[in-house]
Design a protein around this ligand. Structure first.
Ligand code: A2R
Ligand code: GDD
Length: 312
């Protein structure tokens, strides 16, 4: 199997390269000119805002399957840079799908969307099945809902083999520190080394989110590439939301130094969905996948990553 990962230099990309290469797949991965790729893969440079360049990459690498990961992936950034988020996540995805449509060749495409797409859910509707109506509550979520809808349109209209994913929160070593687990762990590691005052800055601790280890998530992506049903959308998550307070308490228990918690208004969002929790029976039934790595391990590994990788 020849897999092309678009957006391969991001957080998930590195893990997906390892997962697919370990399974014996031949992997090509793209990155922006400013980025570098790591792992066992053919490296290609690509900006998805340049459609002709996508066509050239497809003709060069000739994949059987394409994983589209490239995105502006932060909810927080999407409030500050809505145009950029829409351009990359919507126009960029259309460019990818147009290039794939022209390429033909029966290639399978896996589009990575988000659990955020469900947005303002009705009371009592958790766990959320894939049939639940989408009511996005932020710019990022709206662009990902749009990506999924456009994916469905291409699948139906052009009979393209497209599998869509709504990935819920995922974390692990090497994640950018703008995401909550990585953010809290980095603050602890800095406090332990005396690089900052022993203060933990936090945002909204009452939001409930469903966290899965990135190493489980990329296994789900491989299995969906192998066994996912064309045209279907799959939730990828643990199936059990916890509040951010739980993440904070678990991380603080691992700290080697006492840390005081302080609310940081800059970390509060213009609007934050109270709970997002998926029903994961569809992916379990179609692929046998379920999350295996505990949240405690994800947090411990992320904290150890920061302990070893702080730039002093
Ligand atoms: O923004 P950068 O410099 O971190 O680069 C990101 C890259 N990217 C692009 N690639 C090609 N053409 C573009 N115009 C473009 N704009 C951004 O996509 C980054 O290297 C990659 C996305 O990786 P992350 O931001 O680390 O996201 P992550 O956590 O790997 O999530 C993968 C997918 C995304 O579609 C998320 O929205 C979804 O899973 O949750
Ligand atoms: N980042 C951050 N920092 N978040 C905090 C903090 C803090 O100090 N304190 C509380 N939170 C809360 C946020 O308000 C949000 O409710 C939750 O923690 C998770 O925030 P993030 O880790 O920034 O992730 P996200 O949920 O906005 O988005 C991530 O998950 C989506 C899937 O549900 C990203 O990985 C998206 O790309 C992904 O699609």
């Amino acid at each position: 199997m020849r897999a092309l990962i678009i957006g391969g230099a991001g957080f998930v990309g590195g893990y997906l390269i390892s997962e697919l290469a370990s399974a014996g797949w031949e992997v090509g991965a793209t990155c922006l000119p400013s980025e570098t790729l790591s792992g066992e893969c053919a490296a290609l440079t690509l900006d998805i805002l340049k459609k002709d360049d996508i066509s050239a990459v497809l003709s060069d690498f000739r994949p059987d399957i394409v994983y589209h990961l490239a995105a502006q992936s932060s909810v927080a950034v999407s409030w500050k840079r809505p145009q950029l988020t829409a351009e990359i996540n919507v126009i960029g995805t259309i460019n990818v799908l147009e290039a794939l449509r022209e390429y033909g060749e029966g290639v399978r495409t896996v589009l990575i969307g988000s659990g955020e797409e469900y947005g303002f859910i009705r009371e009592g509707s958790c766990p959320l099945s894939e049939e639940e109506p989408l009511r996005p509550g932020n710019i990022y979520a709206a662009t990902k809902a749009c990506q999924g809808m456009i994916g469905e349109i291409y699948a139906r209209a052009y009979k393209m083999d497209i599998v869509m994913v709504r990935a819920f929160n995922h974390s692990g070593p090497k994640q950018a520190d703008i995401f909550v687990i990585s953010d809290f762990c980095k603050q602890i590691a800095e406090a332990e080394k005396g690089l900052r005052e022993p203060l933990m800055k936090v945002g909204n601790l009452s939001a409930k989110r469903d966290f899965t280890d990135v190493r489980d998530v990329v296994r789900a992506y491989r299995l969906l590439g192998e066994k996912g049903v064309s045209g279907r959308t799959y939730n990828v998550g643990r199936g059990k939301a916890v509040d951010i307070q739980f993440i904070l308490d678990t991380a603080l228990k691992m700290s080697e130094t006492p840390i005081e918690v302080v609310r940081d208004p800059a970390r509060m969002r213009a609007s934050d969905i109270p709970i997002i929790e998926p029903d994961v029976s569809l992916i379990r039934n179609d692929t046998g996948w379920q999350a295996e790595i505990s949240m405690e391990k994800t947090i411990a590994d992320t904290l150890n990553y920061w302990r070893e990788n702080l730039r002093l």
